[in-house]
Design a protein around this ligand. Structure first.
Ligand SMILES: CC(C)=CCC/C(C)=C/CC/C(C)=C/CC/C(C)=C/[C@@H]1[C@@H](COP(=O)(O)OP(=O)(O)O)[C@]1(C)CC/C=C(\C)CC/C=C(\C)CCC=C(C)C
Ligand SMILES: Nc1ncnc2c1ncn2[C@@H]1O[C@H](COP(=O)(O)OP(=O)(O)OP(=O)(O)O)[C@@H](O)[C@H]1O
Ligand SMILES: [Mn+2]
Length: 289
């Protein structure tokens, strides 16, 4: 019984949903995705984790130097070694890794974004990069007729929109940390001030602003969906799973009547569970065009 509980909890948490989805992959490929995931998680923990208050640009410089060592085949610990192994087996480029570190630097010094261009750049650094890192491991289907570039554009869109969604979900939480990721110019045109965000009242102005933000995010999801079919068959399931799960957070924000100040938009366990076979079905149906 205990084992069953452990297994069910494991399956239901989000990170593990990716993991479950990767079971169709071969061991080597799954290990490679895992190694990239762990490196990303650790990089994020530097600025988001328990020791984040001690984080300095210098420490990020050291982390970047360590990345150079990993790519040169000189890992510092076992988790690094998994990434060294990955980059020796797959044509993974170092630039997106460097860009993610740059995103963490940006997050340290910046807490406002003037317009969507600036926000887009931040989302690229911290999440679009994940898409670029993953494609060389997941692989493009040999029968795909689309350009390699278009697949990367879709992967980029998925990373970016996951981050946008994360930002839309966490408006209240971020404001309590003094951070507003939403584009200032768009807030202003909607007649919203920073104080409105800090006060956190769900007004009609706020609802209307949020509707536009969600609409834009969905366009990115649509863009990303177009690319999944071009991936190798075994990679489509985890990507569909993560796409569907993240996309449903937008629905959950709507269901909360746009109260992302004090209510966390949450995809319930039942919906998550259903998403897995749905993702599986889509993975089977979506083949390269
Ligand atoms: C199969 C699959 C999804 C593979 C990707 C696995 C992988 C390497 C994930 C790394 C994710 C990570 C830890 C990134 C660090 C930066 C970060 C935290 C970004 C945010 C994720 C949200 O998680 P978080 O736990 O931080 O949430 P909280 O803030 O704590 O609430 C992000 C929003 C980004 C996640 C980005 C992706 C999963 C990109 C996925 C894109 C692809 C796999 C490309 C797919 C290819 C095509 C052609 C569509
Ligand atoms: N039901 C959900 N609805 C919306 N977002 C979720 C849900 N579950 C998880 N997430 C998001 O996905 C991210 C990754 O999930 P993950 O399972 O890695 O969480 P975690 O913080 O590592 O906690 P745990 O170790 O307990 O699983 C979470 O930080 C959260 O932002
Ligand atoms: Mn985070």
């Amino acid at each position: 019984m205990r084992l069953i509980i452990v297994v069910v909890r494991f399956v239901l948490s989000m990170a593990k949903t990716f993991y479950l989805g990767t079971l169709l992959m071969g061991l080597e490929q799954r290990r490679a995705i895992w190694a990239i995931y762990v490196w990303c998680r650790r990089t994020d923990e530097l600025v988001d984790g328990p020791n984040a208050s001690h984080m300095t640009p210098r420490a990020l410089d050291r982390w970047e130097k360590r990345l150079d060592d990993v790519f040169e085949g000189h890992p510092y610990d076992m988790l690094d070694a998994a990434l060294s192994d990955t980059v020796s087996k797959y044509p993974v480029d170092m630039q997106p890794f460097k860009d993610m570190i740059e995103g963490m630097r940006l997050d340290l010094r910046k807490s406002r974004y003037n317009n969507f261009n600036e926000l887009y750049l931040y989302c690229y650094y911290v999440a679009g990069t994940v898409g670029l890192m993953s494609v060389p491991v997941m692989g493009i289907a040999p029968e795909s007729k689309k350009s390699v570039e278009s697949v990367y554009i879709a992967a980029l869109a998925l990373g970016i929109v996951n981050q946008l969604t994360n930002i839309l979900r966490d408006v209240g939480e971020d404001a309590r940390r003094g951070r507003i990721y939403l584009p200032q110019d768009e807030l202003a045109s909607a007649g919203l001030s920073e104080d409105d965000i800090f006060r956190g009242q769900v007004t009609d102005k706020w609802r209307s602003f949020m509707k536009d933000q969600i609409k834009r995010a969905r366009k990115f999801f649509d863009e990303a969906e177009k690319g999944v079919a071009e991936l190798k068959a075994t990679s489509r399931w985890p990507v569909w799973a993560s796409l569907l799960l993240y996309r449903q957070i937008l629905d959950a924000i709507e269901a909360n009547d746009y109260n992302n100040f004090t209510k966390r938009a949450y995809v319930g366990k039942a919906k998550k569970f259903v998403s897995l076979p749905v993702a599986y079905g889509r993975a089977l149906m979506s083949t390269p065009t």
